[in-house]
Design a protein around this ligand. Structure first.
Ligand SMILES: NC(=O)c1ccc[n+]([C@@H]2O[C@H](COP(=O)([O-])OP(=O)(O)OC[C@H]3O[C@@H](n4cnc5c(N)ncnc54)[C@H](OP(=O)(O)O)[C@@H]3O)[C@@H](O)[C@H]2O)c1
Length: 257
């Protein structure tokens, strides 16, 4: 079987950079997202530049059977997914009571459902093979509750928790699971989340350095890493000593647009 890295959300932002970084190190890649033209352009660039195989599968991961369709595709092509980049995700701004149920359900289906399904589908073969690496793109939002992005922060708390537990369960198997927790990053994320033009994202990190930080952590088999230095300090050193009410107020102010 041909070894590959499977990247979800490879059509833009952090996922696109993860695909480029992984391919640039001589690895075959499977690129998935909804937008086919963006995936095909990236696949062509990767094939030409890095002389590796680049497979494309355009699919909406909020659809219930999308992860099993991806799994069936890699099986049919004879591909062994030894690196899984669970990156696709989106946020949504606004008070919980004002948000549409369907929008939040889709967010949970993608950020939580598809990510969990893909781990279920690919981890057993990694364990059997005694090698595999999963990078779950979580967020600093995964460590705190987030007024004005309540559901998004909750989805990322799930990702952080799932990553920590599974990485520990798998510690003697040769398979590692890592959560990359970025702060604000300049991608399409803010516009999709309804926060376009906010200073927080305009001053955010760039997608390449964020992806590289996560990639290196995954290769070292780290459990959770925070790519933003000042947020790392705030969350690991300051936040544990702040009363919850104060912390929630800080987050709400940060999310206000
Ligand atoms: N940017 C930030 O500030 C930030 C901070 C912390 C964490 N993150 C996390 O980083 C990850 C990547 O986000 P990004 O910042 O790179 O944002 P982005 O530029 O908007 O990229 C999101 C990717 O997910 C894909 N995607 C969205 N909905 C999808 C669906 N229904 N089915 C399949 N693919 C879908 C998008 O492709 P299509 O539109 O083509 O489907 C795109 O490739 C997300 O999990 C996000 O929560 C981002």
């Amino acid at each position: 079987m041909k070894k590959v890295g499977l990247i979800t959300g490879a059509s833009s932002g952090i996922g696109k950079q993860l695909a480029i970084i992984h391919a640039s190190r001589g690895n075959n890649v499977v690129l998935t997202a909804r937008r086919l033209p963006e995936l095909e352009t990236l696949a062509e660039e990767i094939r030409t530049k890095y002389q590796v195989e680049a497979y494309v599968m355009a699919i909406d991961l909020t659809e219930r059977d999308a992860p099993t369709k991806i799994f069936a595709f890699t099986e049919k092509e004879g591909l062994f997914v030894e690196y899984l980049f669970n990156n696709a995700g989106f946020g949504g701004h606004g008070k919980f009571v004002d948000r549409q149920l369907e929008a939040d359900k889709s967010m949970i289906d993608l950020n939580v459902g598809a990510l969990t399904d893909l781990m279920h589908l690919y981890l057993p073969n990694m364990v059997k093979n005694k090698f595999g690496k999963v990078l779950n793109v979580a967020s600093t939002a995964g460590f705190i509750a987030g007024p004005l992005q309540a559901t998004y922060f909750a989805t990322k708390a799930f990702v952080v928790s799932l990553t920590k537990a599974t990485s520990f369960e798998l510690r003697h198997t040769g398979v590692t699971v890592t959560a990359l927790c970025p702060g604000p990053v300049k991608t399409e994320f803010d516009v999709v989340a309804g926060m376009g033009g906010s200073d927080m994202f305009a001053n955010g990190a760039d997608a390449y350095s964020t992806a590289l930080f996560g990639y290196k952590a995954m290769m070292k088999g780290k459990r959770t890493v925070i790519s933003d230095l000042s947020l790392r300090f705030l969350l690991r050193i300051i936040a544990p000593f702040l009363p919850e009410r104060i912390m929630l107020g800080i987050i709400e102010k940060k999310q206000a647009i």
